[in-house]
Design a protein around this ligand. Structure first.
Ligand SMILES: O=C(O)[C@H](O)COP(=O)(O)O
Ligand SMILES: [Mg+2]
Length: 416
């Protein structure tokens, strides 16, 4: 007797401890019942196909099982046996659980909502080196949020302008200068020049302020070039690299993680393009799962949104942050980064929602200050410190004219 998709459904199945359990939202296609749709998801994402297969023996041990169907919520759960996966290979894992099934005609919509990662699979990945410990091991942020800024315009500043903006922001109180997602190695601001000039300004800012400062240097590049940029960052005394993790791909992130361990560098993950997977609520891969993948692969920071306060659509920032900072078979946590349309007037609300164990990043909310970057950085840092101590930004503005000016300009409104 062969294997058909019906073999991939067992509503009595109790997942084993080392099964990977995935929760999906699905909408079965026209004339497809729930059981048929759920079993096809389990089949196509493990070792079945549309046709009956004439095979016997241990190959069945690699089959996934759809074991729960909640028609009202549209949720199904599928358990995947450990042996289906190549340990430590995120591309292979994703080619199963978020592969062909995303385009399968048996379902009109399918979204990977959440995963329960078993210890065996988790232990095959490195996880982060530092996580939220970057705040004390690399920076002087202590119990307050770490602060970061992206020079704006996001591309087009010369190297000298970029490094000067860094100096102004660092001396205004910001911990981290950050490259933007689409700034890598362009003619107007070449990678190595930017690295050396920014770090020279960083050293100057550290001498003047007595605070530790660092730089989130975007090393995103194709192939071995990215690893060479990681090496360069370490040689020049940078403590972080930044990677556009979705556009660059998880295999490359895993390579960067390995190389960063050699140098003791922390990884800041920018999630540009995540919304192609997670913005449409009934299809794709949730940001929660993207964040889980990033933690397993070993990033130390990842952007998880602004709890709806900033300029970008976000899904459940709080829940994602809780997962990133919760227990997962001993993995180091990840420091979530709130970024995208933040300004000082939003920080008390943001910290109310997300707590202080985060990094907060503002580009426009610092460089768009009426008195420029330095004043913008002072306002931003003052608002962060006040919010971390439970004060409202309005109260905090009474002894900080820069913050008062920022509030006059932006109030406490969400930008668009
Ligand atoms: O990469 C980022 O996080 C953005 O550049 C944020 O920029 P903004 O603070 O101006 O929205
Ligand atoms: Mg950006």
């Amino acid at each position: 007797m062969g294997i058909t998709y019906e073999d991939f459904l067992d509503l009595e199945y109790d997942p084993l401890d080392d099964d990977l359990v995935c929760e999906f939202y699905i909408e079965p296609a026209d004339r497809m019942d729930w059981e048929a749709a759920a079993s096809r998801v389990a089949s196509e994402s493990s070792n079945g196909t549309w046709a009956e297969l004439q095979v016997e023996g241990s190959v069945r041990d690699l089959s996934a099982t759809a074991f729960s169907i909640d028609e009202e919520a549209g949720h199904i759960e599928v358990a995947y046996p450990d042996a289906l996966f190549e340990p430590g290979s995120m591309p292979q894992v994703l080619s199963c659980i978020a592969g062909n099934i995303m385009g399968m005609k048996a379902v009109d919509r399918i979204r990977l909502l959440d995963c329960e990662w078993p210890v065996t699979l988790v232990e095959s990945f490195p996880g982060p080196q530092y996580g939220s410990a970057v705040k004390s091991e690399i920076l002087d942020a202590g119990d307050r949020p770490a602060t970061a800024t992206v020079p704006k315009p996001k591309v087009g500043l010369t190297t000298d302008q970029h490094a000067t903006v860094g100096y102004e922001a660092w001396t205004g109180g910001v911990d981290l200068l950050k490259d933007d997602e689409n700034l890598t190695d362009q003619s107007f601001n070449p990678f190595e020049d930017r690295l050396t000039e920014s770090l020279a300004q960083r050293d100057r800012a550290e001498d003047e302020t007595g605070e530790t400062k660092s730089y989130l240097l975007n090393v995103t590049a194709p192939g071995s070039e990215m690893l060479e940029r990681v090496d360069m960052a370490a040689e020049h005394g940078c403590e972080f690299v930044m990677v556009d993790v979705v556009t660059t791909g998880w295999a490359a992130v895993q390579q960067v993680r390995e190389r960063c361990e050699r140098h003791g560098l922390a990884i800041h993950a920018h999630r540009a393009m995540h919304a192609a997977f997670d913005r449409v609520p009934d299809h794709g891969v949730s940001m929660r799962v993207i964040a889980q993948i990033a933690r397993l692969c070993g990033v130390d920071h990842i952007h998880t949104g602004t709890a709806g306060l900033g300029k970008l659509e976000n899904e459940d920032t709080e829940g994602i942050n809780d997962w990133l900072q919760g227990e997962c078979h001993g993995l180091t946590d990840v420091l979530p980064v709130a970024s995208g349309g933040l300004h000082p007037g939003l920080l008390d609300q943001l910290l109310d929602e997300l707590g202080a164990n985060i990094a907060v990043q503002a580009g426009g909310g610092i460089h768009g200050h009426p008195d420029g970057t330095h004043a913008g950085a002072i306002a931003f840092r003052h608002a962060v410190d006040a919010a971390a101590q439970g004060h409202s930004v309005e109260d905090a503005a009474t002894d900080c004219p820069e913050l008062e000016r920022a509030l006059e300009k932006w109030g406490t409104e969400t930008p668009r």
